[in-house]
Design a protein around this ligand. Structure first.
Ligand SMILES: [Zn+2]
Length: 294
C-alpha cells in the first residue's frame, strides 16, 4: 500500500455563526506559546496548570489566536489580523481565509481591538504594505494616540519598542484610509466598546442584527480557563494591570447578567462562549460547533 503521509498540523479552524441576518465567522490564525512567568503573582504556576487540566486542556501556556469576519451580503469586515508568525505558530490567516472562500480584496473594513503583534501582524507586510488593499482601518482614538507618542516609549525595553514598530508599520500602511472612534456605531450594526487596561485603547465590538448580538471582546481573557474563574489574574503584557483586571471583572459581570454571546481573540475553537456565575466568580459555557447555520 502506498504511503499517504500523516497530517502534521490541524485543519483550518473555521466556525460560522448566524447573528440575525449577519454571518460572523471565527477563523483560527494559529497559537502562541508563552511561559506561565508572564502571569501576575496572585496565581502560582501549579494553580494555573490545575485550571487548564480541569478544563480538559494540556497544562501548557498555549494561547489560541483568532480573528473574526462579519459578512452581511454587502460588506466584508475583518476584526483583527492575527500574528503572521510574529510570535510562534500563527500566521495562517491568509490560508484560512481562502479555505473560508473570503478573498482579502473583498474586505472593506478592518476593526482593530488593539495594536499588539498578534492582532496587527497579519494586516501588513514590511514597509507598510497593506495586505487588505481595499480595506479601511478603524481603531479607538486612544490606541492610535498611545502608540504614536514618542514620549510613551522614552525608557521602553526593546520588546516594547519592537511591538511599537509593528503597530506603526500598520498605521502607516492604512493611514490614508484610517478612521478613529471612541464610542457608537463604527459600521452599520457594529458599535465600538472601549475596554481599556490591556492597552489604553483596547476595545471590543458589539455586532447586532435583528434580535441577536455577539460581543467580540478582544483580549479580555488571554487564557480564558484561567482568567474567567480568576479575573484578578493579569499578564505582563497588560499596560495597566489594575485597570485590565477591573475592566475584565466589570465586563464579566455584565455579560453574565445579560447572557451575551462572546467571541474573543484567545478563545479556543469553536470560538463562541457565554459566561455564567459560579459562586462569587464566573465560568465558561462553550457553544458547541453546529453543522447548521441556525
Ligand atoms: Zn492578544
Amino acid at each position: 500500500m502506498a504511503s499517504t503521509g500523516v497530517p502534521r498540523q490541524q485543519a483550518y479552524g473555521i466556525n460560522r455563526r448566524k447573528i440575525g441576518d449577519v454571518i460572523v465567522t471565527m477563523i483560527n490564525d494559529g497559537f502562541e506559546d508563552f511561559s506561565f512567568d508572564i502571569l501576575s503573582e496572585n496565581i502560582t504556576k501549579d494553580e494555573a496548570k490545575a485550571l487548564l487540566k480541569a478544563a480538559n486542556l494540556s497544562p501548557i501556556p498555549r494561547m489560541s489566536v483568532n480573528v473574526y469576519v462579519i459578512q452581511d451580503g454587502l460588506r466584508t469586515t475583518l476584526i483583527d489580523g492575527g500574528d503572521a508568525n510574529c510570535l510562534s505558530s500563527g500566521g495562517r490567516l491568509q490560508y484560512a481565509l481562502s479555505a473560508a472562500n473570503i478573498d482579502p480584496s473583498q474586505v472593506d473594513t478592518i476593526l482593530l481591538t488593539h495594536a499588539h503583534p498578534d492582532h496587527v501582524g497579519g494586516l501588513t507586510a514590511h514597509n507598510a504594505t497593506p495586505l487588505f488593499p481595499n480595506a479601511e482601518l478603524v481603531l479607538h482614538e486612544e490606541e492610535l494616540r498611545f502608540w504614536s507618542n514618542d514620549r510613551n516609549f522614552a525608557d521602553a525595553p526593546e520588546h516594547l519598542l519592537a511591538t511599537r514598530r509593528l503597530a506603526l508599520n500598520t498605521f502607516n500602511a492604512y493611514r490614508p484610509v484610517m478612521r478613529t472612534a471612541c464610542r457608537g456605531e463604527v459600521i452599520s450594526g457594529v458599535t465600538i466598546q472601549p475596554l481599556p487596561g490591556h492597552t489604553p485603547g483596547h476595545s471590543g465590538y458589539m455586532i447586532e442584527s435583528g434580535k441577536e448580538r455577539v460581543l467580540i471582546w478582544g483580549d479580555i481573557a488571554h487564557w480564558p480557563d484561567i482568567q474567567i474563574p480568576k479575573p484578578e489574574v493579569t499578564l505582563t503584557f497588560d499596560l495597566d494591570r489594575r485597570q485590565a483586571a477591573e475592566t475584565r471583572k466589570r465586563l464579566l459581570d455584565m455579560v453574565a447578567n445579560d447572557q451575551i454571546l462572546i467571541g474573543g481573540m484567545h478563545i479556543n475553537f469553536p470560538g463562541f462562549i457565554r459566561i455564567h456565575r459560579d459562586g462569587c466568580t464566573f465560568a465558561i459555557h462553550e457553544e458547541r460547533w453546529s453543522p447548521d447555520l441556525m
